[in-house]
Design a protein around this ligand. Structure first.
Ligand SMILES: [Zn+2]
Ligand SMILES: [Zn+2]
Length: 241
């Protein structure tokens, strides 16, 4: 692969260093994302320079962006790359930027009862304040309480991911009253006739089955007479006094 140009991961504008503060790079010990993944992640970061910092300025943000990896729970989630529709409003407020609006995204998974594929569309309302660096909100809240604005960028991906993960059911079902699978044959009960049953015994085995039942009845486990019953008496035993 020809190196088309030098790595341009640094500041986009040449004369960016107005002060000595520079972001400390994360230790790069995880796998590097592919260019496509990088582009997808970048697409979720809103450049705030267009919005401006004046409280009250507002911007509608209508976009369709690809879902990132890992937006889901065990049995259901948003497929990576699936289109996520954002109908958002970004509003500059004193402490930061308020993001409100709706997010619409497809989810796919498996019914927790019958394992059939499940497909659905989630519509989520979001409302979130992203705090400016140096704002009172930032100073008085933990990083896990209030989202932060990273430089001039506001990353919408964690907001949507969290909203998705919190909304998705841990046990999705193909329909609310899915009956699940027959424990004997593994077929979907909803696909089987109502009287589906495995209790009909072959007459040739009936006698044997009866004998098994008798044996089970006679093997009564009451001959373990000795032994204290735990928890039934207190520790002091009056007869040993
Ligand atoms: Zn089901
Ligand atoms: Zn069955």
């Amino acid at each position: 692969m020809p190196a088309s140009s030098a790595r341009s991961t640094g500041p986009s504008s040449g004369a960016a260093s107005t002060d000595a503060r520079r972001p400390v790079g994360d230790p790069v010990d995880k796998q590097l994302p592919t260019p496509a993944e990088k582009a997808a992640e970048k697409a979720w970061k809103v450049d705030l320079r267009e919005l401006g910092r004046r409280a009250g300025s507002m911007r509608e943000w209508e976009k369709t962006l690809p879902a990132l990896d890992g937006w889901g729970v065990e049995m259901i989630g948003v497929p990576e790359g699936a289109p996520v529709q954002l109908h958002l409003r970004l509003e500059s407020v004193m402490e930061g930027v308020l993001v409100t609006g709706q997010v619409e995204l497809p989810v796919t998974g498996q019914c927790a009862r019958c394992l059939d594929p499940v497909e659905d569309t989630l519509e989520l309302d979001v409302q979130e304040l992203y705090a400016y660096a140096g704002s009172t909100t930032e100073a008085t809240s933990g990083e896990d309480e209030v989202r932060r604005i990273d430089g001039e960028r506001l990353d919408l991906a964690p907001l949507v991911r969290d909203a998705v993960v919190l909304t998705l059911p841990l046990s999705p079902t193909c329909r609310p009253d899915c009956a699940g699978l027959c424990v004997d044959c593994g077929e979907r009960l909803d696909d089987l006739p109502a009287d589906h049953s495995h209790e009909v015994l072959d007459p040739r085995w009936a006698g044997l089955a009866a004998r098994f039942t008798e044996t089970a009845d006679s093997a009564d486990p009451t001959d373990s007479a000795a032994g204290p019953q735990p928890g039934s008496t207190s520790r002091t035993n009056p007869e040993e006094n």
